[in-house]
Design a protein around this ligand. Structure first.
Ligand code: ADP
Ligand code: MG
Length: 635
C-alpha cells in the first residue's frame, strides 16, 4: 500500500510564528482580546537542538517577540535595536578619525558589542530545598539564622570544589559545549556553596542567549544530580549574594577591541575618545543604568557591603587615571609605559632571599576594585551591579543606548572642533578628550565604594543615589533618559510606559508573593511547632509541680522565655495579613502598589523575620519544622 504524508512543513514556518501574546505582561500596550503576537528568528543567534522526552529532539529558535503592532514585548528586540545603534554611532566616530583616501571604503564597516557574563549561583541539596517553602516559592530563605561557621574564615574561595558540585559543573559544561556555549571558567565563590561559571565573551546578543541557556542547563543538570541551583541574588541572609558581572566592550569587524589601551594609551586617541564617551554615558545616564539592575531581589544585595552600591561610578585604575589627569593638566605622563615596572620579582625579597624556582611575573597595569559598580578591567568594563537572576539583556541594552548616545556627542564635539578640515588633527582630538575628561570627572571614583564617606562624597558631586526600586523605575520616564532612548529608536514612548508599569507590577507582585509565602510558613509550620513545644513545656511544668512541688523548674523559665515570643509571632502574622489585605484594596495602580509594597510589605516581612529567627533559637530540632541554614549550607 502506498503511504503518503498529508502534512507539509515549510522552512518559513521556522522564521516566523504566531503564539498567543495575551497572557504575557504587556504593561497596557494591548487589551486582553488583542492577542496576536509574532516570534521572528533572530538570525544572529543560531538555532539549537536539545533532547526532548522519550528520545526525541527539540529544535529551539532564538526569537524576538513582538505584538501585532510591532511593539517589543521581549528583551531581545530592544537589545538588537541598541546593538545596531551603537554600531552606527561607533562607525561614525571611527570614520572621522580613521582617514582613508577619497572614494575608498571606511576602514571599519561594523562595530559590535562584546559581552562575557560571569554567572554566580548557589547549589544546595535538593531534598532539603524541597522542605523549604520559602526557597521553593520565592527563591530565597525568608527566615533563618546563620550557622556558627559560614564565610567568616574566608576559606571557601580557594577551597576544594565538593565532588557532587564538580560532577554537576562538568556535566553542565559538556552539555553547554554541545550547544555551542563557550564556557571556560569555573570556581568557588566567597559564600559556602556558592560558585561561578564564566564563558568566553561573544557578540552581546548571542552572549545573552547563551547566558540564559547556561542557567537553564545548570538547573537541569543540578536536578539530575539531586541538587538545586539558586540564582536568586540573596538566597541567604548574612552571607554573600550572587551577581552576574557583565564584562562589556566594543570590537570592530577586524577584531580590534576598542577598549584595548595598547602600550601607550596616552597617544591612542581612538581608545581615549571611546573611553571618554563611556564615562560621558555613565555620567549622563547613570540613573538609568541603576534602573536596569533594579529588582526586589537584587535590592537585598546592592550596597550591602558585598556588592557595589546603587550610586553609579566608574573605576579606571591608577594607570588610566594618570593618563587622563596628565591630559587634563596638560603635562607629561608619569613614567607608566615602561614595561619593566610592570613586573613583580617573586625570586627576591627585601632581604634578598631568592626563591630561584619562582619566575618573575608580569603585573597588570591596574589593580582591581571590587567595590566599584562599573570598573575598567584591562581592556573592557565590568558592570558588576547586575543581578545573578536577571537576564543581562536589559542592562546591556541600556548601556549600549547610553554609549551610543555619548559616542554621538563626542563625534559632534569633534566636528565642531575640527571646523572645515576633512579630518580632525591630533590637537583637535586632544581638545575634545580634555573637554570630556573635565565634564565627566564626578563619575570617576577610585576609592572604597562600600564606605559611608563615598555616599557623602557622591552627594556632594551631585551623583544620584536612588535607594528604592520604584524610584529607580521612574527614571525610565524622566525626559533626560526617555528622550535619549526614543531618539535613538531603542524604545518607543509607549514601550517605555509599558515597561515602567511592568517593572512596578512585577516588583509589587514579587513582594506580595514573598509576604504570602512567609505568612503561610509562619502560620502553618513555625507557630504550630512553637505551640507544640510550649504545650510540652507546660505539661512538664505541671507534672513536676504535682510530683516534686517544684515551682521554679528550668522548664518553667524556658516556658516564660518562649511565651512572649510566640505572642509576637502571632502578632507578626496578623500584621502580614493586614498589609497584604491593604495591598489588595489599592486601586489597581501598579506604581501605587509598588510603593506600598516597598515600604510596608517589606517592613512587615523584616519584622516578622526577626521574631521567627528568635523562635528558631528556642526550638530544638525535634520541633523546628524546616531545614536550618546549618543544614542547607553544608554538604
Ligand atoms: P574575573 O573573575 O577575574 O573578572 P573571569 O575570567 O571570571 O574574570 O571573567 C572575565 C569575563 O570577561 C570572561 O567572560 C571573559 O571572556 C570576558 N571578557 C574578556 N575580554 C572581553 C571583552 N573584550 N569584551 C567582553 N568581555 C570580555
Ligand atoms: Mg570571575
Amino acid at each position: 500500500m502506498d503511504v503518503t504524508a498529508i502534512d507539509a512543513f515549510s522552512g518559513s514556518q521556522l522564521l516566523q510564528a504566531e503564539p498567543d501574546a495575551s497572557s504575557f505582561p504587556s504593561g497596557g500596550m494591548r487589551t486582553t482580546f488583542e492577542a496576536r503576537g509574532y516570534t521572528v528568528w533572530d538570525t544572529t543567534s543560531p538555532m539549537f537542538i536539545q533532547e526532548g522526552p522519550h528520545g526525541t529532539s527539540v529544535l529551539y529558535i532564538p526569537s524576538v517577540f513582538i505584538s501585532y503592532n510591532g511593539d517589543a514585548l521581549d528583551e531581545k528586540t530592544v537589545l538588537l535595536r541598541s546593538t545596531s545603534q551603537i554600531a552606527k554611532s561607533a562607525c561614525e566616530l571611527l570614520s572621522l578619525i580613521e582617514p582613508v583616501p577619497v572614494g575608498a571604503q571606511p576602514k571599519t564597516s561594523h562595530v559590535f558589542t562584546t559581552l562575557g557574563t560571569e554567572q554566580e549561583y548557589f547549589l544546595i541539596d535538593r531534598s532539603l530545598y524541597s522542605l523549604r517553602p520559602d526557597l521553593k516559592h520565592t527563591g530565597r530563605t525568608l527566615i533563618g539564622n546563620l550557622p556558627p561557621k559560614h564565610q567568616q574564615m574566608e576559606d571557601h574561595y580557594f577551597g576544594r570544589i565538593p565532588s557532587k558540585v564538580l560532577a554537576t559543573m562538568s556535566e553542565a559544561e559538556l552539555e553547554l559545549f554541545r550547544l555551542g556555549v563557550p564556557v571556560k571558567t569555573r570556581h568557588n565563590e566567597v559564600a559556602p556553596q556558592q560558585f561561578e561559571l564564566a564563558p568566553i565573551f561573544e557578540e552581546a546578543s548571542l552572549a545573552v542567549d547563551h547566558n540564559l541557556l547556561t542557567m537553564d542547563v545548570l538547573s537541569k543538570v543540578a536536578h539530575k544530580n539531586k541538587l538545586k541551583v539558586l540564582f536568586h541574588e540573596k538566597p541567604f541572609k548574612g552571607v554573600n549574594g550572587s551577581g552576574k558581572h557583565c564584562n562589556w566592550s566594543m570590537s570592530t569587524d577586524r577584531g580590534e577591541n576598542l577598549l584595548d589601551p595598547t602600550v601607550k594609551p596616552e597617544t591612542n586617541y581612538r581608545f581615549l575618545l571611546v573611553l571618554v564617551a563611556i564615562l560621558h554615558a555613565v555620567h549622563q545616564h547613570g540613573a538609568l543604568l541603576r534602573t536596569s539592575i533594579a529588582s526586589s531581589s537584587n535590592e537585598h544585595r546592592l550596597g550591602a557591603q558585598e556588592a557595589p552600591p546603587v550610586i553609579l561610578s566608574c573605576f579606571l585604575g591608577e594607570h588610566l587615571t594618570e593618563v587622563l589627569d596628565s591630559i587634563e593638566e596638560g603635562r607629561p605622563i608619569r613614567n607608566f609605559s615602561v614595561p619593566e615596572i610592570q613586573t613583580i620579582k617573586l625570586g627576591g625579597t627585601a632581604l634578598d632571599v631568592k626563591v630561584a624556582s619562582l619566575p618573575t611575573i608580569s603585573r597588570d597595569l591596574t589593580d582591581r576594585n571590587r567595590t566599584s559598580p562599573f570598573a575598567f578591567t584591562g581592556n573592557k568594563f565590568e558592570f558588576r551591579a547586575v543581578g545573578s537572576k536577571q537576564s543581562p539583556a536589559f542592562p546591556v541594552t541600556i548601556l549600549n543606548a547610553a554609549v551610543a548616545s555619548a559616542l554621538q556627542d563626542v563625534t559632534q564635539a569633534l566636528r565642531a572642533q575640527m571646523g572645515e578640515k576633512p579630518y580632525p588633527s591630533d590637537a583637535d582630538k586632544v581638545a575634545v578628550i580634555k573637554k570630556f575628561i573635565a565634564s565627566t570627572k564626578p563619575i570617576r571614583f577610585e576609592g572604597d565604594g562600600y564606605s559611608d564617606a563615598w555616599i557623602q562624597e557622591a552627594e556632594k558631586r551631585g551623583l544620584p543615589n536612588i535607594k528604592t526600586c520604584p524610584d529607580a523605575f521612574a527614571q525610565l520616564l524622566t525626559p533626560e533618559h526617555s528622550t535619549m532612548l526614543t531618539k535613538l529608536g531603542i524604545f518607543t514612548q509607549s514601550e517605555l510606559q509599558a515597561r515602567h508599569l511592568i517593572l512596578n507590577e512585577r516588583y509589587a507582585k514579587d513582594l506580595a508573593a514573598e509576604a504570602a509565602t512567609l505568612r503561610t510558613l509562619l502560620a502553618s509550620q513555625i507557630l504550630p511547632s512553637a505551640f507544640e513545644y510550649r504545650g510540652s513545656l507546660a505539661s512538664t511544668v505541671q507534672l513536676l509541680n504535682g510530683i516534686e512541688g517544684e515551682a521554679n523548674s528550668p522548664e518553667l523559665s524556658a516556658l516564660k522565655a518562649l511565651t512572649p515570643v510566640v505572642k509576637e509571632l502571632q502578632d507578626s502574622i496578623a500584621d502580614l495579613d493586614h498589609v497584604l489585605h491593604h495591598l489588595h484594596t489599592l486601586s489597581d495602580d501598579p506604581c501605587e502598589e509598588a510603593r506600598y509594597a516597598g515600604e510596608y510589605i517589606l517592613g512587615s516581612m523584616n519584622k516578622a523575620r526577626v521574631v521567627a529567627d528568635k523562635i528558631e533559637l528556642l526550638l530544638s530540632d525535634k520541633y523546628y519544622p524546616i531545614p536550618r541554614y546549618s543544614e542547607l549550607l553544608w554538604f
